[in-house]
Ligand binder design. Structure first.
Ligand SMILES: [Zn+2]
Ligand SMILES: [Zn+2]
Ligand SMILES: [Zn+2]
Length: 193
């Protein structure tokens, strides 16, 4: 190793002193040339996880001094779980912004967009076979006249004479003919509950 490089590494260390717990974001040059600095031996104060009380024997992330790696991950997971409704609501409202709606509709007209829709549909059929069976059963029953499709949404009573405008909503996919006929809006609201 050349002296110039070692001098350079020392300069970096002097001008960017590392905290004892060695967080990310310090000089790569210093990491390369002076690996011994990476050890935790220079810590002034030993770590203790404030949740589980564990110390050096468990895994830690570089700069988090209050939680061990596992407790920190649990905390992040809890945060994402607890804020899921707000985040979903936010993403939904964003998805309905006019320019996003326009972009989505334009994409769905393209070949790639059509393929993506078909792929998603196929994946859903594989993932929820009971749902697919229920839909097929309803389609056949309507075709055979065993199930009469009304002309208005059963909730908001909006007239839906246009073809395919009403959705058959199932409360239980194991009772495929027990359906409520809903317009697209009421159906989406129902599934958000
Ligand atoms: Zn812990
Ligand atoms: Zn409706
Ligand atoms: Zn439904």
């Amino acid at each position: 190793m050349s002296n110039v490089l070692i001098k350079r590494a020392e300069t970096v260390l002097i001008h960017h002193p590392r905290p004892n717990h060695l967080s990310y974001g310090t000089s790569r040059m210093a990491d390369l040339l002076l690996p011994e600095i990476r050890s935790d031996e220079k810590r002034v104060k030993p770590r203790t996880c404030r949740v589980c009380g564990a110390g050096a024997e468990v895994r830690w992330y570089g700069s988090i001094d209050t939680h061990c790696a596992e407790c920190w991950k649990a905390r992040v997971r809890r945060y994402y779980r607890d804020t899921k409704p707000e985040r979903q609501e936010y993403e939904r409202s964003r998805a309905m912004l006019p320019h996003r709606v326009a972009m989505r509709e334009a994409y769905q007209q393209t070949d790639a967009g059509k393929a993506a829709v078909a792929r998603a549909h196929k994946a859903s059929q594989v993932r929820y076979p009971e749902k697919r069976r229920a839909h097929v059963t309803v389609g056949n029953a309507v075709r055979d006249g065993k199930l009469i499709k009304p002309t208005a949404c059963e909730r908001c009573h909006v007239d839906s004479s246009a073809k395919r405008a009403l959705h058959a909503h199932h409360h239980d996919y194991n009772k495929p003919l027990d359906v409520e006929w809903l317009c697209g809006t009421c159906h989406r609201l129902e599934h958000r509950k």
